[in-house]
Design a protein around this ligand. Structure first.
Ligand code: EPU
Length: 320
Protein backbone atom coordinates (compact mmCIF):
# COMPACT_ATOMS: atom_id res chain seq x y z
CA UNK A 1 0.00 0.00 0.00
CA UNK A 2 1.37 3.40 -0.88
CA UNK A 3 1.12 6.36 1.43
CA UNK A 4 3.15 9.50 1.18
CA UNK A 5 4.49 12.20 3.45
CA UNK A 6 4.39 15.91 2.71
CA UNK A 7 8.00 16.20 3.90
CA UNK A 8 10.65 13.68 4.94
CA UNK A 9 13.96 14.00 6.73
CA UNK A 10 16.46 11.41 8.01
CA UNK A 11 18.34 12.27 11.21
CA UNK A 12 21.86 10.88 11.62
CA UNK A 13 23.35 13.01 14.42
CA UNK A 14 22.15 14.70 17.60
CA UNK A 15 23.19 18.04 16.13
CA UNK A 16 20.90 17.49 13.18
CA UNK A 17 18.10 16.66 15.60
CA UNK A 18 18.69 19.84 17.65
CA UNK A 19 18.88 21.95 14.52
CA UNK A 20 15.64 20.49 13.18
CA UNK A 21 13.72 21.21 16.37
CA UNK A 22 15.18 24.71 16.73
CA UNK A 23 12.28 25.50 14.40
CA UNK A 24 9.42 25.49 16.90
CA UNK A 25 6.83 24.67 14.23
CA UNK A 26 8.34 21.23 13.60
CA UNK A 27 7.00 19.56 16.73
CA UNK A 28 3.39 20.53 15.89
CA UNK A 29 3.04 18.22 12.95
CA UNK A 30 5.63 15.50 12.82
CA UNK A 31 5.74 11.74 12.77
CA UNK A 32 8.76 9.75 13.93
CA UNK A 33 9.59 6.62 12.07
CA UNK A 34 11.95 3.87 13.20
CA UNK A 35 11.92 0.74 11.07
CA UNK A 36 8.22 1.25 10.28
CA UNK A 37 7.41 -2.37 11.14
CA UNK A 38 4.69 -1.82 13.75
CA UNK A 39 2.61 0.85 12.10
CA UNK A 40 -0.38 0.73 9.80
CA UNK A 41 -0.82 3.85 7.72
CA UNK A 42 -4.44 4.37 6.71
CA UNK A 43 -3.79 7.79 5.19
CA UNK A 44 -1.03 10.07 3.95
CA UNK A 45 0.97 12.07 6.47
CA UNK A 46 0.19 15.74 5.91
CA UNK A 47 3.33 16.83 7.71
CA UNK A 48 6.95 15.91 8.30
CA UNK A 49 8.11 12.30 8.69
CA UNK A 50 11.40 12.05 10.56
CA UNK A 51 13.33 8.84 10.19
CA UNK A 52 15.60 7.98 13.09
CA UNK A 53 18.99 6.95 11.69
CA UNK A 54 21.08 7.55 14.83
CA UNK A 55 23.61 4.70 14.73
CA UNK A 56 26.48 3.29 16.73
CA UNK A 57 26.96 0.52 19.29
CA UNK A 58 29.42 1.08 22.16
CA UNK A 59 30.30 -0.44 25.52
CA UNK A 60 29.77 2.19 28.21
CA UNK A 61 30.79 0.26 31.32
CA UNK A 62 31.26 -3.22 32.69
CA UNK A 63 31.57 -5.07 35.96
CA UNK A 64 32.28 -8.69 36.86
CA UNK A 65 28.95 -10.01 35.59
CA UNK A 66 27.52 -7.47 33.20
CA UNK A 67 28.42 -5.37 30.23
CA UNK A 68 26.49 -2.19 29.50
CA UNK A 69 26.03 -1.55 25.81
CA UNK A 70 24.63 1.63 24.35
CA UNK A 71 23.02 1.50 20.92
CA UNK A 72 21.88 4.35 18.71
CA UNK A 73 18.09 4.20 18.47
CA UNK A 74 18.26 4.03 14.68
CA UNK A 75 20.18 0.73 14.61
CA UNK A 76 18.07 -2.18 13.36
CA UNK A 77 17.08 -4.38 16.28
CA UNK A 78 18.13 -7.71 14.78
CA UNK A 79 21.54 -6.29 13.80
CA UNK A 80 22.01 -5.26 17.41
CA UNK A 81 21.04 -8.79 18.57
CA UNK A 82 23.57 -10.33 16.15
CA UNK A 83 26.26 -7.96 17.44
CA UNK A 84 25.51 -9.10 21.02
CA UNK A 85 25.72 -12.76 20.04
CA UNK A 86 28.97 -12.29 18.17
CA UNK A 87 30.47 -10.66 21.27
CA UNK A 88 28.99 -13.28 23.62
CA UNK A 89 26.73 -10.79 25.42
CA UNK A 90 23.68 -12.59 26.70
CA UNK A 91 20.09 -11.49 27.21
CA UNK A 92 18.61 -10.58 23.85
CA UNK A 93 18.98 -13.90 21.99
CA UNK A 94 15.30 -14.82 22.55
CA UNK A 95 14.41 -11.54 20.85
CA UNK A 96 16.15 -12.49 17.59
CA UNK A 97 14.62 -11.52 14.25
CA UNK A 98 12.13 -9.01 15.62
CA UNK A 99 11.75 -6.41 12.89
CA UNK A 100 12.13 -2.71 13.64
CA UNK A 101 14.66 -0.41 15.21
CA UNK A 102 16.36 -0.39 18.61
CA UNK A 103 14.55 2.84 19.52
CA UNK A 104 11.14 1.28 18.88
CA UNK A 105 11.95 -1.56 21.29
CA UNK A 106 11.24 0.32 24.53
CA UNK A 107 8.23 2.14 23.03
CA UNK A 108 6.26 -1.06 23.21
CA UNK A 109 8.54 -3.22 25.37
CA UNK A 110 9.06 -5.77 22.60
CA UNK A 111 8.89 -9.37 23.74
CA UNK A 112 9.09 -12.93 22.49
CA UNK A 113 9.75 -16.46 23.72
CA UNK A 114 9.74 -15.69 27.42
CA UNK A 115 11.83 -12.49 27.38
CA UNK A 116 10.85 -8.84 27.22
CA UNK A 117 13.07 -5.86 26.48
CA UNK A 118 12.57 -4.63 30.05
CA UNK A 119 14.54 -7.67 31.31
CA UNK A 120 17.75 -6.34 29.72
CA UNK A 121 17.02 -2.64 29.76
CA UNK A 122 19.33 -0.30 31.68
CA UNK A 123 18.42 3.21 30.54
CA UNK A 124 17.57 5.30 27.52
CA UNK A 125 18.14 8.83 26.36
CA UNK A 126 15.47 10.85 24.62
CA UNK A 127 15.15 14.33 23.20
CA UNK A 128 12.22 16.45 24.32
CA UNK A 129 10.80 17.67 21.02
CA UNK A 130 9.03 20.73 22.44
CA UNK A 131 11.63 21.93 24.93
CA UNK A 132 14.81 20.74 23.19
CA UNK A 133 16.69 18.94 25.94
CA UNK A 134 17.95 15.37 26.35
CA UNK A 135 16.73 13.39 29.32
CA UNK A 136 17.64 9.97 30.75
CA UNK A 137 14.95 7.42 31.58
CA UNK A 138 15.40 4.46 33.92
CA UNK A 139 13.31 1.29 33.59
CA UNK A 140 11.01 2.64 36.27
CA UNK A 141 10.56 5.93 34.41
CA UNK A 142 9.58 3.98 31.29
CA UNK A 143 6.68 2.23 33.10
CA UNK A 144 7.06 -0.94 31.06
CA UNK A 145 4.10 -3.29 30.76
CA UNK A 146 3.01 -5.95 28.29
CA UNK A 147 3.71 -4.18 24.95
CA UNK A 148 3.41 -0.92 26.85
CA UNK A 149 5.50 2.01 28.03
CA UNK A 150 5.07 5.60 29.13
CA UNK A 151 5.94 6.64 25.56
CA UNK A 152 2.65 5.22 24.28
CA UNK A 153 0.66 7.07 26.94
CA UNK A 154 1.54 10.07 29.16
CA UNK A 155 4.59 10.96 27.09
CA UNK A 156 3.17 10.17 23.66
CA UNK A 157 4.62 12.46 20.96
CA UNK A 158 6.82 14.24 23.50
CA UNK A 159 10.16 12.46 23.19
CA UNK A 160 12.39 11.27 20.37
CA UNK A 161 14.39 8.29 21.66
CA UNK A 162 18.05 8.76 20.74
CA UNK A 163 19.81 5.80 22.37
CA UNK A 164 19.09 2.74 24.50
CA UNK A 165 21.56 1.15 26.95
CA UNK A 166 21.24 -2.55 27.74
CA UNK A 167 22.63 -4.54 30.65
CA UNK A 168 23.89 -7.75 29.09
CA UNK A 169 25.27 -10.78 30.77
CA UNK A 170 28.90 -11.94 30.49
CA UNK A 171 27.94 -15.40 31.73
CA UNK A 172 24.57 -15.87 30.12
CA UNK A 173 21.82 -17.93 31.70
CA UNK A 174 19.50 -19.44 29.15
CA UNK A 175 15.78 -18.86 28.98
CA UNK A 176 14.17 -21.90 27.41
CA UNK A 177 10.94 -21.82 29.41
CA UNK A 178 9.03 -21.38 26.18
CA UNK A 179 8.61 -25.03 25.16
CA UNK A 180 9.04 -24.56 21.42
CA UNK A 181 12.64 -23.44 21.91
CA UNK A 182 13.63 -26.77 23.47
CA UNK A 183 11.72 -28.68 20.81
CA UNK A 184 13.44 -26.73 18.05
CA UNK A 185 16.90 -27.18 19.59
CA UNK A 186 16.32 -30.94 19.77
CA UNK A 187 15.33 -30.93 16.10
CA UNK A 188 18.50 -28.95 15.35
CA UNK A 189 20.55 -31.61 17.17
CA UNK A 190 21.99 -29.05 19.61
CA UNK A 191 24.18 -30.60 22.31
CA UNK A 192 25.79 -27.53 23.85
CA UNK A 193 23.27 -24.82 24.47
CA UNK A 194 24.56 -21.27 23.89
CA UNK A 195 23.12 -17.86 23.12
CA UNK A 196 23.95 -18.54 19.46
CA UNK A 197 21.95 -21.78 19.38
CA UNK A 198 18.99 -20.17 21.14
CA UNK A 199 19.09 -17.32 18.67
CA UNK A 200 19.15 -19.80 15.76
CA UNK A 201 16.24 -21.75 17.27
CA UNK A 202 14.20 -18.55 17.62
CA UNK A 203 15.07 -17.55 14.05
CA UNK A 204 13.88 -20.95 12.82
CA UNK A 205 10.62 -20.78 14.79
CA UNK A 206 9.85 -17.23 13.73
CA UNK A 207 10.66 -17.96 10.10
CA UNK A 208 8.33 -20.95 10.05
CA UNK A 209 5.39 -19.15 11.67
CA UNK A 210 5.68 -15.47 10.97
CA UNK A 211 5.72 -13.98 7.49
CA UNK A 212 8.83 -11.99 6.55
CA UNK A 213 7.70 -8.35 6.15
CA UNK A 214 10.15 -7.96 3.25
CA UNK A 215 8.28 -10.67 1.36
CA UNK A 216 4.69 -10.14 2.47
CA UNK A 217 3.50 -6.99 4.20
CA UNK A 218 2.68 -7.44 7.89
CA UNK A 219 3.28 -5.82 11.26
CA UNK A 220 3.73 -8.94 13.40
CA UNK A 221 0.98 -9.65 15.92
CA UNK A 222 -1.86 -7.32 15.03
CA UNK A 223 -3.57 -7.73 18.42
CA UNK A 224 -2.35 -8.13 21.98
CA UNK A 225 -3.12 -11.30 23.88
CA UNK A 226 -6.01 -10.14 26.10
CA UNK A 227 -5.93 -10.42 29.87
CA UNK A 228 -9.14 -11.50 31.61
CA UNK A 229 -10.19 -12.03 35.22
CA UNK A 230 -10.01 -15.47 36.87
CA UNK A 231 -13.80 -15.53 36.86
CA UNK A 232 -14.09 -14.85 33.13
CA UNK A 233 -11.31 -17.37 32.51
CA UNK A 234 -13.14 -20.09 34.46
CA UNK A 235 -16.26 -19.45 32.39
CA UNK A 236 -14.32 -19.62 29.13
CA UNK A 237 -12.56 -22.84 30.23
CA UNK A 238 -15.98 -24.38 30.86
CA UNK A 239 -17.33 -23.36 27.45
CA UNK A 240 -14.06 -23.96 25.53
CA UNK A 241 -11.96 -26.53 27.44
CA UNK A 242 -9.10 -26.30 24.90
CA UNK A 243 -8.67 -22.54 25.15
CA UNK A 244 -4.97 -21.61 25.39
CA UNK A 245 -4.25 -19.44 28.42
CA UNK A 246 -1.46 -18.55 30.85
CA UNK A 247 -1.65 -17.31 34.44
CA UNK A 248 -0.74 -13.62 34.63
CA UNK A 249 -0.66 -12.54 38.27
CA UNK A 250 -4.19 -13.08 39.55
CA UNK A 251 -5.56 -12.81 36.00
CA UNK A 252 -5.18 -14.92 32.87
CA UNK A 253 -3.72 -14.09 29.49
CA UNK A 254 -5.48 -15.70 26.52
CA UNK A 255 -3.83 -16.69 23.24
CA UNK A 256 -5.65 -14.38 20.82
CA UNK A 257 -4.27 -16.40 17.88
CA UNK A 258 -6.11 -19.48 19.13
CA UNK A 259 -9.41 -17.59 19.48
CA UNK A 260 -9.07 -15.99 16.04
CA UNK A 261 -8.36 -19.42 14.54
CA UNK A 262 -11.47 -20.83 16.26
CA UNK A 263 -13.50 -18.07 14.62
CA UNK A 264 -12.32 -19.57 11.31
CA UNK A 265 -10.18 -16.66 10.24
CA UNK A 266 -6.87 -18.45 9.68
CA UNK A 267 -5.84 -18.17 6.03
CA UNK A 268 -8.95 -16.10 5.07
CA UNK A 269 -8.42 -13.43 2.46
CA UNK A 270 -10.47 -10.48 1.18
CA UNK A 271 -8.78 -9.12 -1.90
CA UNK A 272 -5.21 -8.50 -0.80
CA UNK A 273 -5.97 -8.23 2.93
CA UNK A 274 -5.76 -11.49 4.86
CA UNK A 275 -5.22 -13.41 8.07
CA UNK A 276 -1.92 -15.31 7.95
CA UNK A 277 -2.18 -19.03 7.29
CA UNK A 278 0.31 -20.08 9.97
CA UNK A 279 -0.39 -17.54 12.73
CA UNK A 280 -3.88 -16.08 13.00
CA UNK A 281 -2.67 -13.17 15.15
CA UNK A 282 -0.92 -11.70 12.12
CA UNK A 283 -2.75 -9.78 9.39
CA UNK A 284 -1.04 -9.67 6.03
CA UNK A 285 -1.09 -7.56 2.89
CA UNK A 286 -0.64 -9.70 -0.21
CA UNK A 287 0.30 -6.62 -2.20
CA UNK A 288 -2.30 -4.01 -2.96
CA UNK A 289 -4.57 -3.76 0.06
CA UNK A 290 -4.65 -0.26 1.48
CA UNK A 291 -4.34 0.55 5.16
CA UNK A 292 -8.06 1.06 5.56
CA UNK A 293 -8.79 -2.42 4.16
CA UNK A 294 -6.39 -4.01 6.67
CA UNK A 295 -7.95 -1.94 9.43
CA UNK A 296 -11.47 -2.99 8.35
CA UNK A 297 -10.40 -6.64 8.39
CA UNK A 298 -9.07 -6.17 11.92
CA UNK A 299 -12.45 -4.77 12.96
CA UNK A 300 -14.22 -7.84 11.56
CA UNK A 301 -11.82 -10.15 13.43
CA UNK A 302 -12.30 -8.20 16.63
CA UNK A 303 -16.09 -8.35 16.30
CA UNK A 304 -16.20 -12.09 15.73
CA UNK A 305 -13.94 -12.81 18.73
CA UNK A 306 -16.24 -10.63 20.83
CA UNK A 307 -19.28 -12.49 19.55
CA UNK A 308 -17.90 -16.00 20.13
CA UNK A 309 -15.86 -15.50 23.32
CA UNK A 310 -17.14 -12.21 24.78
CA UNK A 311 -13.53 -10.96 24.85
CA UNK A 312 -12.44 -7.59 23.51
CA UNK A 313 -9.18 -7.69 21.56
CA UNK A 314 -6.95 -4.65 21.55
CA UNK A 315 -4.87 -3.73 18.51
CA UNK A 316 -1.15 -3.97 19.15
CA UNK A 317 -0.10 -2.21 15.95
CA UNK A 318 -0.03 1.60 15.89
CA UNK A 319 -2.65 3.00 13.54
CA UNK A 320 -2.10 6.30 11.76
N1 EPU B 1 -2.19 -20.32 18.40
C1 EPU B 1 -3.18 -20.98 17.70
N2 EPU B 1 -3.47 -20.52 16.45
C2 EPU B 1 -2.82 -19.50 15.86
C3 EPU B 1 -1.81 -18.83 16.61
C4 EPU B 1 -1.50 -19.27 17.88
O1 EPU B 1 -3.80 -21.91 18.17
O2 EPU B 1 -3.14 -19.15 14.73
C5 EPU B 1 -1.82 -20.84 19.74
C6 EPU B 1 -0.48 -21.57 19.65
O3 EPU B 1 -0.63 -22.92 19.32
C7 EPU B 1 0.06 -21.42 21.05
C8 EPU B 1 -0.49 -20.06 21.48
O4 EPU B 1 -1.60 -19.77 20.62
O5 EPU B 1 -0.46 -22.40 21.90
C9 EPU B 1 0.56 -18.97 21.42
O6 EPU B 1 1.05 -18.84 20.12
P1 EPU B 1 2.53 -18.30 19.77
O7 EPU B 1 3.54 -19.02 20.56
O8 EPU B 1 2.68 -18.29 18.28
O9 EPU B 1 2.54 -16.82 20.34
P2 EPU B 1 1.45 -15.67 20.39
O10 EPU B 1 0.92 -15.57 21.76
O11 EPU B 1 0.47 -15.83 19.28
C10 EPU B 1 3.18 -13.87 21.17
C11 EPU B 1 3.64 -12.51 20.77
C12 EPU B 1 4.59 -12.61 19.58
C13 EPU B 1 5.77 -13.46 19.98
C14 EPU B 1 5.25 -14.84 20.41
C15 EPU B 1 6.33 -15.74 20.93
C16 EPU B 1 1.91 -10.95 21.37
C17 EPU B 1 0.85 -10.02 20.89
N3 EPU B 1 2.53 -11.65 20.43
O12 EPU B 1 2.38 -14.39 20.11
O13 EPU B 1 5.07 -11.30 19.31
O14 EPU B 1 6.68 -13.61 18.92
O15 EPU B 1 4.27 -14.69 21.47
O16 EPU B 1 6.72 -15.32 22.20
O17 EPU B 1 2.17 -11.01 22.56
C18 EPU B 1 4.61 -9.33 18.04
O18 EPU B 1 4.43 -8.74 19.12
O19 EPU B 1 4.48 -8.73 16.95
C19 EPU B 1 4.93 -10.75 18.04
C20 EPU B 1 5.06 -11.45 16.91
Amino acid sequence: MNVSARWFVAIQTLDELRELYSDKKISDNNFILGGGSNILFTKNVDGLVIRNELKGIEVVKEDADFIYVKSGAGEMWHQFVLDCIQNNRGGVENLSLIPGSVGAGPMQNIGAYGVELKDVFYELEAFHMHENYISKFSAEDCKFGYRESVFKHELKNQFFITSVTFRLSKNPTFNTTYGVIETEMKAMGVKDISIATISQAVINIRSSKLPDPKVIGNAGSFFKNPVVSAEKHAQLKKDFPEIVSYASGIDFKLAAGWMIEKCDWKGKRFGDAGVHKNQALVLVNYGNANGQEIFDLSTKVLESVMEKFGVLLEREVNIY
